[in-house]
Design a protein around this ligand. Structure first.
Ligand SMILES: O=P(O)(O)OC[C@H]1O[C@H](OP(=O)(O)OP(=O)(O)O)[C@H](O)[C@@H]1O
Ligand code: HPA
Length: 177
């Protein structure tokens, strides 16, 4: 059967991705502490969260870690506008500072839902960081506190970003359109 998936075009090579992650870690380290819970939004945020927490560790900040599993895109290239919650935080976050980590900010719905859940569970402060922020014609709330890269309005794959579950493991950030 012919493969109809277009060839990914590299937008950010791996070396640039890692430079951006190190820069984010340097910005974030002074405003958190080792009691902060870094919480990845599964699945796409996994690659960035692994790199960011290790970049933080290299500069002396060893955060706690948890995960929240949300999905809104399924196998589509646009948000369904509805978030499914597959798995909640593993440990209580009441009274703790939480740093939510995700790969991309697009409609902003996923991050808004994650912030809502963390606040509902009693987090004392919720900070957010995304690797890539896509442009959007309308205001999105909340805006991420930390953004690694202002991405173009293209469908992204690699570094956690998928096309129907594929291509997440590409070390570069690519466009598929
Ligand atoms: O700002 P938004 O429009 O909400 O888009 C961003 C979200 O979309 C992707 O998740 P997806 O729902 O595709 O699940 P995934 O993490 O399994 O890829 C991505 O990982 C973000 O969490
Ligand atoms: O550009 C994207 N690529 C993959 N997943 C996404 N989820 C939101 N935007 C994107």
């Amino acid at each position: 059967m012919a493969d109809a998936t277009p060839t990914p075009t590299v937008l950010l090579p791996e070396s640039e991705v890692q430079r951006i992650v190190a820069d984010l870690a340097a910005q974030i380290a002074p405003v958190i502490d080792d009691e902060t819970v870094a919480a990845v939004l599964l699945t796409g945020g996994l690659w960035f969260a692994a790199d960011l927490t290790r970049a933080l560790s290299r500069i002396g900040r060893n955060v706690r870690f948890d995960a929240l599993w949300l999905a809104s895109y399924g196998d589509e290239q646009s948000s369904r506008g509805k978030i499914d919650i597959y798995a909640d935080f593993q440990r209580p976050i009441e009274g703790r500072r939480v740093l939510i980590i995700d790969d991309v900010f697009d409609t902003g719905l996923s991050l808004a839902e994650a912030v809502r859940i963390a606040k509902e569970k009693g987090a004392s402060e919720v900070l957010t960081v995304v690797f890539a922020k896509k442009p959007w014609p309308l205001p999105r709330a909340p805006e991420p506190d930390f953004v690694g890269w202002d991405a173009p309005n293209r469908f992204l794959v690699g570094y956690g970003l998928d096309h129907a579950g594929a291509l997440r493991g590409l070390p570069d950030v690519c466009a598929l359109d």
